[in-house]
Design a protein around this ligand. Structure first.
Ligand code: ADP
Length: 387
C-alpha cells in the first residue's frame, strides 16, 4: 500500500513537478528530513534535477515519462502553477497530489482566482472578464483610467500585464494579446495606487492546520521582485490584517501546501489582494535563515500530513535580495569570495547553467537586529558580488 503520510521508518519519495530553484530548495529540506526526491522537468540538469537519481527529464507532457515519475513517487507536490489540470487529475488518480487539482483550477486563471477571493469577502480591486475590445472600453468608462489588463493564464514577473492609461491605448493592448498566433484571454482590473507591496506565506496541511508567516514588503523593479524586507515596516494592525487576509485566501481555495499571497497597501491604509501563488514563493526565501521552519519545510510537512512547524521569525529582521542576471552567457559568477566575508549574509546560487538578463540566478539573505541593518548588509553583499 502507498504511504498516505511520511514516516521516517520507511523509504519515502517526494515527487516534485518542476525542477527549478523552488524545487531545489524544497528538495534540500526533503533530504534533510530523510526523504528521497523525484523531479520531473522538461530537460536535463535543472537545478533540482541534478540533485537526484530520480530525474525525469522528459517532462510531464510525455505520458510515459510522467508514468515513470508517478511510479517513483509516494506523494507529489509542485513548484509550477501552470501545469494542465487534466494532467494533475491523471496524477491524482494514482497518487496524493497537493495542492489538489481543484485548488489549482481556482488559482491558475487570474479571473477565476479573483472571483473566488471576492466571493469569500476578500478585498480585491474592481475587476472584469474581457471578451471583446468593447469590454475594455466599457471597463475604462466604468472604473476610470489607468487600469490594468492581465492575461488570465501563464502570467509571471509582469509578462502578461499592460497598464492602459487612456482609451487610445486599448487597440495596441488588444493587438498585443489577442491578435497573435495564440490569443491570450484577458481580464481587467482597476489600477491600485499603493504605498507598498506586501506578501504573506501561509502553510496549510491536510487537517486544515495553518502556519502563517510574518507579512513582508516586496520591492519590484520592472515587475520583478528584487528585495524583500521581513517583517514589513508597517504598523502592527496592518501586519495582522495582511496575515488575516492571507489565511482567508488559502481557505477560500481549500489549499494544502504552502502559498504566497501578494497584496497592496493602498494610500488610505487598506490592504487589497493581488494574487496567490500555490507553491513556495520568492517572497518567502528569507524564511530559510530567518524563521524557525522554512516555507520549504512547511510545504513538505503540509503535503505529507505532518504537523506544521512554527512560522515565527527567530531573528528580529531579514532582507532578501534576488541575484538577477545582468548579462548573457555562463551562469557561474566570477567571484563570490568577497561577499562571503559578511557573516550575517547567506548566499544561495541555484546552479543554472546559463544566465540571461533578469533571470533569477540566486539570492542572498541577510539577518539583523533591524530591517535597516539587514537591508544594509544585503546591499553591501550585493555590491561585492561579481557576475
Ligand atoms: P505576475 O503574475 O506576472 O507576477 P501580477 O499581477 O502580480 O503579475 O503583477 C505584477 C506587478 O504589477 C505587481 O507586483 C504590481 O507591481 C503591478 N500590478 C499588478 N496589478 C496591479 C494593479 N491592479 N494596480 C497596480 N499595480 C499592479
Amino acid at each position: 500500500m502507498l504511504p498516505s503520510m511520511y514516516t521516517p521508518s520507511q523509504p519515502f519519495t517526494l515527487g516534485i513537478l518542476g525542477g527549478g530553484q523552488l524545487a531545489k530548495m524544497t528538495a534540500q529540506e526533503a533530504y534533510r528530513m530523510g526523504m528521497r526526491v523525484a523531479v520531473i522537468e522538461h530537460g536535463e540538469n535543472s537545478p533540482a534535477g541534478v540533485m537526484t537519481k530520480l530525474e525525469f527529464p522528459g517532462g510531464w507532457k510525455d505520458a510515459e515519462e510522467l508514468e515513470r515519475f508517478i511510479a517513483a513517487s509516494d506523494i507529489i507536490t509542485l513548484e509550477n502553477e501552470f501545469i494542465d489540470p487534466e494532467i494533475l487529475d491523471a496524477i491524482a488518480e494514482r497518487r496524493l497530489v497537493f495542492p489538489t487539482p481543484a485548488t489549482m483550477r481556482l488559482v491558475q486563471d487570474k479571473f477565476t482566482q479573483k472571483t473566488t477571493m471576492s466571493a469569500a469577502g476578500i478585498p480585491v480591486p474592481h475587476f472584469a472578464e474581457i471578451a471583446t475590445k468593447a469590454d475594455l472600453v466599457a471597463f475604462g468608462e466604468q472604473h476610470g483610467y489607468p487600469f490594468v489588463a492581465k492575461t488570465r493564464k501563464f502570467g509571471y514577473d509582469g509578462y502578461g500585464n499592460a497598464t492602459i492609461r487612456r482609451e487610445t491605448e486599448i487597440d495596441m493592448v488588444w493587438r498585443r494579446f489577442m491578435e497573435g498566433e495564440e490569443p491570450r484571454p484577458l481580464m481587467a482590473e482597476s489600477f491600485v495606487t499603493f504605498t507598498k507591496e506586501l506578501a504573506v506565506m501561509v502553510a496549510r496541511n491536510r487537517r486544515g492546520e495553518i502556519a502563517v508567516y510574518p507579512c513582508v514588503q516586496t520591492i519590484q523593479q520592472g515587475h520583478i521582485c528584487v528585495t524583500v524586507l521581513a517583517p514589513a515596516p508597517i504598523e502592527e494592525h496592518l501586519q495582522k490584517r495582511a496575515q488575516e487576509i492571507a489565511v482567508q485566501c488559502v481557505e477560500a481555495v481549500n489549499g494544502v501546501g504552502v502559498f504566497g499571497i501578494e497584496m497592496f497597501l493602498t494610500v488610505d491604509d487598506q490592504i487589497v489582494f493581488n494574487e496567490i501563488a500555490p507553491r513556495p514563493h520568492n517572497s518567502g526565501h528569507y524564511t530559510i535563515e530567518a524563521c524557525f521552519t522554512s516555507q520549504f519545510e512547511n510545504c513538505i510537512r503540509a503535503v505529507t500530513n505532518m504537523p506544521l512547524g512554527s512560522a515565527e521569525m527567530r531573528v528580529p529582521a531579514a532582507c532578501m535580495i534576488n541575484l538577477l542576471g545582468e548579462r548573457t552567457g555562463s551562469g557561474i559568477p566570477d567571484s563570490v569570495l568577497e561577499m562571503l566575508r559578511i557573516d550575517t549574509v547567506a548566499l544561495h546560487l541555484y546552479g543554472k547553467k546559463d544566465v540571461r538578463m533578469g533571470r533569477k540566478m540566486g539570492h542572498l539573505t541577510a539577518t539583523g537586529a533591524t530591517v535597516d541593518e539587514a537591508f544594509a548588509a544585503a546591499n553591501a553583499a550585493l555590491d561585492r558580488f561579481v557576475w
